[in-house]
Design a protein around this ligand. Structure first.
Ligand code: ZN
Length: 304
């Protein structure tokens, strides 16, 4: 009999606590980001005061990514969702819009002035989504994220904004170090050819001509004509290296190398560069600053 009463009391207590949770959040803010690159920067903003997790781990291609049932659970439980925007998460757009009806969904791209975005060559009326490779506009986007999180959390102490300012200083130092590293590449060698068109913002910021074998999305097809045009371009411009990426297939880049070799021109396949995803947590590219540094080192060694 006593056992029975205890069971009933426990059941009632659980029921009451579940109802409480519906109305009032317990514990730290639960933030879910689409990419690991966003997750890393947001962790720097919120410190230990919030839980941050990501859907797309190391080496994941966001253009092709479809959420798993486990991801849907994470998104359901999230207090805030943070995405890149500009169709980077091409196959998640409708889903994110739906979540936006019930909880805050912040796009990093919303904090960036439209005039600073690069028009997409692939699609009319859309912009290149690889905004993290311009350190300055990426920080503009993230400043807006920090402000939005402070507003949602009711943080009037300036904790998020102060953390952001400290992190932004590190990214400004990164920007300076990139400039001095890239200065060792001669003007005629400043051409970066990669598997897909992820580096246009990087090229614009640091004065490097950029060409992707595939377009701004990995969804686009590469034809034989594109390959032979690129082979001709490489030979004409005497380019020494082209670069593969960690999150896309090497197949098309390899066919440029083979095509050049058929014409008696030796071209090196370098990389991989971190383009749309971080590396493993313990690798050089395990965080945003580390991935950009690692890329710059590989680019300088390949093009110098
Ligand atoms: Zn991409």
């Amino acid at each position: 009999m006593i056992k029975k009463i205890i069971v009933i009391v426990v059941v009632l207590l659980v029921a009451v606590s579940c109802r409480l949770e519906e109305t009032e959040r317990k514990g730290p803010l639960n933030i879910v980001t689409t990419t690991g690159i966003i997750e890393d920067v947001v962790e720097n903003i919120v410190g230990d005061s919030a839980e941050v997790s990501t859907l797309m781990g190391p080496g994941t291609d966001p253009h092709l990514y479809k959420p798993t049932p486990g991801d849907i659970e994470l998104l359901d439980e999230a207090d805030v969702i943070i995405s890149n925007g500009l169709h980077l998460e091409g196959k998640m757009a409708d889903m994110l819009e739906k979540y936006g009806l019930e909880k805050p969904v912040i796009k990093v791209s919303d904090g960036i002035d439209k005039a600073e975005l690069i028009k997409s060559a692939d699609f009319d009326d859309s912009f290149d989504p690889h905004i993290w490779f311009d350190t300055k506009i990426w920080m503009n986007g993230m400043e807006n994220v920090a402000k939005e999180l402070a507003r949602i959390e009711g943080d009037t102490s300036g904790y998020f904004i102060n953390n952001f300012e400290v992190y932004k200083k590190q990214v400004e130092d990164l920007d300076q170090s990139i400039r001095s590293s890239l200065a060792s590449i001669s003007d005629s060698s400043r051409v970066l050819i990669t598997s897909h068109d992820a580096f246009s913002y990087f090229g614009r910021r640091y004065g490097i001509e950029v060409k992707g074998i595939q377009g701004v999305s990995t969804l686009s097809e590469v034809g034989l004509k594109d390959i032979s045009n690129m082979v001709d371009f490489v030979i004409e411009r005497k380019i020494k290296s082209i670069f593969i990426e960690t999150s896309t297939s090497d197949k098309t880049a390899q066919s440029i190398v083979d095509g050049a070799m058929d014409k008696g021109y030796e071209l090196t396949l370098d990389g991989p560069l971190y383009s749309d995803a971080l590396g493993e947590p313990d690798s050089d590219g395990g965080n945003y600053i580390g991935m950009v540094k690692a890329n710059v080192q590989i680019i300088v060694e390949g093009l110098k």
